[in-house]
Design a binder for this molecule. Sequence first.
Ligand code: SF4
Length: 215
Amino acid sequence: MKLATKEEIEEIKRRLLEHYPAAETELHYRNAYELLVAIMLSAQCTDKRVNMITPALFEKYPDIPSLANADLDEVKALIKTCSFFNNKAKNLIKMAQMVMEEYGGEIPMDEKKLVKLPGVGQKTAHVFMIEYTHANLMAVDTHVFRVAHRLGLSDAKTVEGTEKDLVEKFKTDLNRIHQAMVLFGRYICTAKNPKCDTECFLTDLCKSRESFKAK
Ligand code: SF4
C-alpha cells in the first residue's frame, strides 16, 4: 500500500479538523472520576453500552472513596452487560483504592501516574488526557487504526507503531485529530461498507478507495 505524502497528510489533517471542529468523546461523564471509569469500561465495549451502564453505577458509587469500598459482586452485577465485566469490576475497585492510597482520592492528571493504576493502560491514559486536559497526545483504538491504514498514514502492524507514525506525521492538534478519527471511523469509514461515495470527504486522498468500489 502506498503511504500518504507530506502534502496529503497536511490536507487530511486540515479536512479532519474542519469537519470535526469540536470533536469530543461520546461517553457521558460529569467529572474526571466518571470519565476514567467510563473509558475503562469502554475497552472492547461500545460507548453506547457504556452510557447505558454508567448512570446506575455512578448513582451507587458516585466517587473514588465509594468505589474503593465497593462490594465486588455488586460492581459486577452493575456492569455485567459489558464485555470482560469480571476483570473490569476488579480493576475499577483496585484503581479507586490506589487513587485513595497514593493520590488522596484525586485522579492524577499525569499520564505516567495514570498508566500505573490497575486496568489503565497507555491507551486509556491517553484517551483520558486527550478528553479531560486536551493534551497533545494520540491514542489508537480500532477506528483510528483502521482509518490510519486506509488513508496511508501508517503501515505499522501494531497499535504502538501506528500511534508513533501518527504522532510523527501530524505533530500538533493530536488530541483533536484523535477525536476526529474516532468519529470518522465510527460513522463514515466504517469497518464494513464504508461510506466512500456518500459521506466521505477524503475520497480523493484515500489509498484504499479501490477496495471498496462496487464490482
Ligand atoms: S474513501 Fe472509503 S475507505 Fe477511503 S477514507 Fe473514505 S470512507 Fe474510508
